[in-house]
Design a protein around this ligand. Structure first.
Ligand code: TPP
Length: 645
C-alpha cells in the first residue's frame, strides 16, 4: 500500500488540514505502517492496532499538544508517536538511543504524561484539569484508558475524586475486552453487559444533549436506572456516553467534537475496539499480539531466537507446579500477568488454585495475606516493578502480621527493551528493611528451583525470592527442589586476597571475572550469598577476615544487599581493620532501554567492570595487606557448575 496521506502528516496540524473523508484512508496507511514497523522492531502491537482510528480522530479533533492527550499504560502509543513528529524514528523504538516504547515527557511535547504502569491516566488527567482551572486556562484534557487498566484501583480512586470535583475531563474507555490475557473480573462482566449495540453519532449527540445540569443529570440517572440501563459511571458522577464502534471514524469525529463542547464535568465515552484490529494473525491469536518479537508480515510468524536455556519464569512455574502436586494448600496469584509470570501453566493444572485478580497489585498482596491468615500457602507472582505499587500492603498487611505470603519476584534487575519503567531495581531495598522477611535471590535456574522449595517450607513469616528476566544460565536442573538452610550462603570458588560476595543473577559474571583475573595470577574467592535476609553474617565476617578485599555485587539499587553487608561489617568493627570494601549496585540514575548486555555495561555490572573493580581494590591495599596471605578454610564450598558462556 502506498502511504501518500501518511507521508503528508509530520505532525497533528498537518493531519488537521486533511478532509474528514480522507481520514479512513489515513488510518489504513497508518495501520499498515505500524504493522511493517513492529515486524522489524518487535514490541507492543495489538493494543496499537486497536487504537489506530481513535488516534487519528483524537489528533484530528483536539488541538494537541495544547490539549493534553494521556494514554494509560501507553503501550498503545506507537500510532500516536507516528503522527506526532516521530515517524522518521519509529524504527528505533525500544532500542538503545531510540524512541521509548511508552510515552515520555522528555521525548515529545505530545506526550503529556509518561506511563508504562497501568491505571494512572485518570489521576494525572484530573491533576492537570485542576491546574488548568486554577490558571483559568481553557484547553481539554483527554485520557484514553483500556478496560484492563480500568480494573486497577487507582482508576476508581480517580473516578471517585473526579465525580465529586465536577471538572471538565474527557475519558475514552477503550474497551477491547482484553487485558494482556482476556480481561477478568466483575467490571469486565459489567462492561460486557453495557457494550451491547453500537450507537450512531446522532444517538450519542442526543445522549450528550440530554439534561445537562447536575440536578437533572441525577434525575436522568434515576430514570435510566428505572429503565435498567444506568451505568456505574453515571452513578459516580461521570457522564457516560456510548457505546460506539471505536473503529468507525465517521462516528468518532462528530462524537469527539461533541465531547469537546461538553462543559458540565467529567464525561466518559465508551468505545468498543478490537485488539489487533486489521491484522488477521493478531486478531486470531489468544493474546491478540500484545507484545511480539520481530515477525513475518505475510504469515504473522514471530522470529524468536532459539533459547539456550529455559527461562527463569518457566523454571519458577514448573517448580511451583511440582510443589503444588504434593501440597494442596499451595495457591498462586497474579495481577493480570498469567503468561508473563508463567502461572498460565499452573492454572491449566490447578484451575481452582490460580487467581488472576486483574491489574490490582495492592489487592493481590492483601488477598494473599488473607489466604495466608487462613493457613493457605499463597505464592504472589508479581514483577519487581509492579510490586512497588503494593508496598504498604506488603508492610502493613503481610510483614507486620508476619503472614507467610511467598513473593515470587520476576523481572528482578534490568529488563532490556521495556526500559526504566519496568526495571526491577528496588525490591532488595524496599523489602530488605522489613523486619522478619526472608529474601532470596537466585544465582541461576537451579537455585531458583531450590528457592521455590524453600519458600514452600517457610511457613512462619513472609518470604520473597527474586529472579531475572529471560533465560537461565544453562546449568542442569535438579530433579526436585530441596529447601535451603535459611540465611546461609555458599562459597563457589576459593581464592586469596580478594573475595566477591554476589547476590543473585550476576554470579556467572563474577565467575567469568574470576577466570579472567586468574589468568593474571590473581586467585579470587567467589561466594553466592543466596539470602539478602537474614544475612549470612558468618560468611560475611569470614570473607572479610580472610581476605584483604571484599566486593559485593547485586542487580539492585543502592540501599539493598550491600547496605546490609556494610552494616554488618561496620558493627563488627572490621571496617577499621584495613579491609578494602566496595560494592557494585545499579547506578543512581534511571537507565533507558537497550540490549541487556549494553545495559549491564552502562550500569557497570558486567564482567569487565568487575575485573576493573577488583584490580582497583587490590591497588588500594595498604602495603601491609598486599602481602597478607589468605587464611581461607574450605567450608561449604560447592563444586562449580558448568555455565553456558
Ligand atoms: C501496574 C501494572 N501492572 C501490570 C502491567 C502489565 N500490563 C501492561 S499492559 C496490560 C494490559 C492492559 O490492558 P488494557 O488497559 O485493556 O489495554 P489493551 O492492551 O487491552 O489495549 C498489563 C496488565 C502494567 N503495565 N502495570
Amino acid at each position: 500500500m502506498n502511504s501518500k496521506l501518511l507521508d503528508s502528516v509530520f505532525c497533528p496540524s498537518d493531519l488537521r488540514m486533511l478532509k474528514e473523508k480522507d481520514l479512513r484512508q489515513l488510518a489504513d496507511e497508518l495501520r499498515e505502517a505500524l504493522i511493517r514497523t513492529v515486524s522489524t522492531t518487535g514490541g507492543h502491537l495489538g493494543a496499537g492496532l486497536g487504537v489506530v482510528e481513535l488516534t487519528v480522530a483524537l489528533h484530528y479533533v483536539f488541538d494537541t499538544p495544547r490539549d493534553r492527550l494521556i494514554w494509560d499504560v501507553s503501550h498503545q502509543c506507537y500510532p500516536h508517536k507516528m503522527l506526532t513528529e516521530r515517524r522518521d524514528r519509529i524504527g528505533t523504538i525500544r532500542q538503545g538511543g531510540g524512541l521509548s516504547g511508552f510515552t515520555k515527557r522528555t521525548e515529545s511535547p505530545y506526550d503529556a504524561f509518561g506511563a508504562a504502569h497501568a491505571s494512572t491516566a485518570l489521576s494525572a488527567g484530573l491533576g492537570m484539569a485542576v491546574a488548568r482551572d486554577l490558571r483559568q486556562q481553557t484547553h481539554h484534557i483527554v485520557c484514553v484508558v483500556g478496560d484492563g487498566a480500568m480494573s486497577g484501583g487507582m482508576a476508581y480512586e480517580a473516578m471517585n475524586n473526579a465525580g465529586a470535583h465536577g471538572r471538565r475531563l474527557i475519558i475514552i474507555l477503550n474497551d477491547n475486552q482484553m487485558s494482556i490475557a482476556p480481561a477478568v473480573g466483575a467490571l469486565s462482566n459489567y462492561l460486557a453487559r453495557i457494550r451491547d449495540a453500537d450507537l450512531t453519532a446522532a444517538e450519542v449527540l442526543s445522549q450528550i444533549a440530554a439534561p445537562l445540569r447536575a440536578e437533572m443529570q441525577r434525575s436522568e440517572a434515576r430514570a435510566r436506572r428505572m429503565l435498567g440501563n444506568a451505568t456505574l459511571f453515571d452513578d459516580l458522577g461521570l457522564r457516560y456516553v456510548g457505546p460506539v464502534d471505536g473503529h468507525d471514524i465517521d462516528t468518532l469525529v462528530p462524537v469527539l467534537r461533541s465531547l469537546k463542547e461538553y462543559s458540565e464535568g467529567p464525561i466518559l465515552l465508551h468505545a468498543k475496539t478490537v485488539k489487533g484490529k486489521g491484522y488477521a494473525p493478531a486478531e486470531s491469536s489468544a493474546d491478540r499480539y500484545h507484545g511480539v518479537s520481530r515477525f513475518d508480515v505475510e504469515t504473522g510468524k514471530q522470529l524468536k531466537p532459539e533459547a539456550r536455556a529455559p527461562s527463569y519464569t518457566k523454571v519458577f512455574a514448573n517448580s511451583l507446579i511440582e510443589q503444588a502436586r504434593k501440597d494442596p494448600e499451595i495457591v498462586a496469584i497474579t495481577a493480570a500477568m498469567p503468561s508473563g509470570t508463567g502461572l498460565d501453566a499452573f492454572e491449566k493444572e490447578f484451575p481452582d488454585r490460580m487467581f488472576d485478580v486483574g491489574i490490582a497489585e495492592q489487592h493481590a498482596v492483601t488477598f494473599a495475606a488473607g489466604l495466608a491468615a487462613e493457613g493457605m500457602k499463597p505464592f504472589a507472582a508479581i514483577y519487581s516493578t509492579f510490586l512497588q505499587r503494593a508496598y504498604d500492603q506488603v508492610v502493613h498487611d503481610v510483614a507486620i502480621q508476619r503472614l507467610p505470603v511467598r513473593f515470587a519476584i520476576d523481572r528482578a534487575g534490568l529488563v532490556g527493551a521495556d526500559g526504566a519503567t519496568h526495571a526491577g531495581s528496588f525490591d532488595l531495598t524496599y523489602l530488605g528493611c522489613l523486619p522478619g522477611f526472608v529474601i532470596m535471590a537466585a544465582a541461576d535456574e537451579a537455585e531458583l528451583v531450590h528457592m521455590v522449595a524453600t519458600a514452600v517450607a517457610i511457613d512462619d513469616r513472609p518470604s520473597a525470592f527474586r529472579y531475572p528476566r529471560g533465560e537461565g544460565v544453562g546449568v542442569p536442573l535438579p530433579e526436585r527442589g530441596v529447601p535451603l538452610e535459611i540465611g546461609k550462603g555458599r562459597i563457589v570458588r576459593e581464592g586469596m586476597k580478594a573475595a566477591i560476595l554476589s547476590l543473585g543473577g550476576r554470579l556467572s559474571e563474577c565467575l567469568a571475572a574470576a577466570d579472567e583475573l586468574a589468568g593474571d595470577g590473581l586467585a579470587i574467592t567467589v561466594a553466592d550469598a543466596r539470602f539478602a535476609k537474614p544475612l549470612d553474617t558468618e560468611l560475611v565476617l569470614r570473607l572479610a577476615d580472610e581476605h584483604a578485599c571484599l566486593l559485593t555485587i547485586e542487580e539492585g539499587a543502592i540501599g539493598g544487599f550491600s547496605a546490609q553487608v556494610m552494616q554488618c561489617l561496620a558493627e563488627s568493627g572490621l571496617l577499621e581493620s584495613g579491609l578494602v570494601v566496595r560494592s557494585m549496585v545499579l547506578p543512581d540514575r534511571f537507565i533507558d532501554q537497550d540490549k541487556p548486555a549494553a545495559m549491564y555495561e552502562k550500569a557497570g555490572l558486567d564482567r569487565r567492570a568487575i575485573v576493573r573493580k577488583v584490580r582497583d581494590m587490590i591497588s588500594h591495599l595498604p602495603a601491609s595487606h598486599r602481602s597478607r596471605p589468605a587464611r581461607l578454610r574450605p567450608i561449604r564450598t560447592e563444586p562449580r557448575r558448568t555455565l553456558v558462556s
